[in-house]
Design a protein around this ligand. Structure first.
Ligand code: SAM
Ligand code: SF4
Length: 332
């Protein structure tokens, strides 16, 4: 379905839980995380119902995220049920901590593509940025994902100034020997307690540094990316097996091409990451609304999608707003 700015909305990100086994510094507060009550988290059946109806409105791609999606009990069964809805593409974003044991089952359940978030290749630093994460477990998870047949495996690296920005070169070097797609993501001002604007590093700066390693040859987007207008600018270092990508919501805003909706773990349908208005789907569903009523609410969310920043400078610059929800409840 087209929104009112003629963007085709075909991509839904579904946060299946706000729980996480890590506490990344830019995503969740150290303590005092206010978790959504269990009864307020949508059941898998409720999520599948929403996705089934959203599919009728043109959603063909679903990404499962969290919190950490792999900590929710029954996730593989949910993914298998999702696989039966006739979507074109099912993908998952994970921190990789539990991937070693779950890579095979989730691949068998029908997940085609996987993104693993990994911000440092140094064990002590990784533990610091995630507040306690075990890098070795993620690396084993990546190996297992490779064996399970995920291809390409994308690695999300959020750059935090004076914390991991000096590792960009090392990450880029990884693509020489491994067919990974390393995606550098600019830090966004998300979450009430996470005022992180001073920790932001622009991707142009990283590109410049990585460019000193060798020639960065632009990579044509594959069919998948073309269909779904992924926001990454992608390059291959000359002679590399893998690709480096730059996702730059702050420095190269991509709202004009945004094709996504987000379903929060507690049933809010969010038309824009940076704008806090959501259409509540949980309450009407639990009051017994019909599929037609639910469809109307999803249409309403699509219609309410704000324009965002346009290249001509018109429109509202959502990427510079601060969103009050924690990223862990929205799912990135
Ligand atoms: N737990 C999973 C993971 O870490 O991959 C999935 C959820 S996490 C919220 C999804 C993505 O959002 C991760 O790649 C994470 O690094 C990214 N993210 C979280 N907070 C962010 C922020 N403030 N700015 C940019 N990316 C962020
Ligand atoms: Fe958890 Fe992912 Fe947020 Fe890190 S980025 S705290 S792994 S939800």
């Amino acid at each position: 379905m087209l929104d009112k700015f003629k963007r085709e909305i075909n991509y839904l990100r579904v946060s299946i839980t706000d729980r996480c086994n890590l506490r990344c510094v830019y995503c969740m507060p150290k303590e005092g995380v206010s978790l959504i009550g269990h009864e307020d988290i949508l059941s898998y059946e409720e999520m599948l119902r929403i996705i089934r109806i959203a599919r009728k409105l043109g959603i063909v791609k679903v990404r499962v995220t969290g919190g950490e999606p792999l900590v929710r009990r029954g996730v593989t069964e949910f993914l298998a049920a999702l696989g039966k809805l006739g979507l074109e593409d099912i993908s998952l974003t994970t921190n990789g901590i539990l991937l070693e044991s779950l890579a095979d089952p989730i691949r068998k359940a029908g997940v085609g593509r996987i993104n693993v978030s990994l911000d440092s290749l140094d064990p002590a630093r990784y533990a610091r940025i995630t507040r306690g994460g075990d890098l070795a477990a993620v690396l084993r998870g990546l190996e297992q994902a490779d064996r399970a047949g995920f291809s390409p495996i994308k690695i999300n690296v959020v750059t935090v100034k004076d914390f991991n920005d000096d590792e960009a070169i090392q990450f880029a070097r990884l693509t020489m020997g491994k067919p990974y797609e390393i995606r550098f993501i600019e830090l966004m001002p998300i979450g009430g307690k996470n005022d992180n604007a001073d920790k932001y590093v622009s991707n142009d700066e990283l590109m410049e540094r990585i460019g000193r390693l060798g020639r960065l040859l632009p990579v044509e987007s594959g069919k998948q990316e073309k269909n779904f207008r992924g926001p990454a600018r992608r390059f291959r270092l000359e002679g590399a097996r893998g690709v480096v990508g730059f996702i730059s919501p702050i420095s190269h805003n991509f709202c004009h091409a945004c094709n996504r909706l987000r379903l929060t773990a507690d049933g809010g349908l969010r038309a824009c990451l940076m704008v806090d208005g959501e259409v509540d789907l949980k309450t009407p569903m639990r009051r017994g609304c019909t599929d037609e009523e639910l469809e109307l609410l999803i249409r309403q969310a699509i219609v309410s999608k704000p324009r965002g920043q346009h290249t001509d400078g018109s429109g509202e610059d959502c990427s510079r707003r601060k969103c009050a929800r924690e990223m862990s409840t929205i799912g990135g």
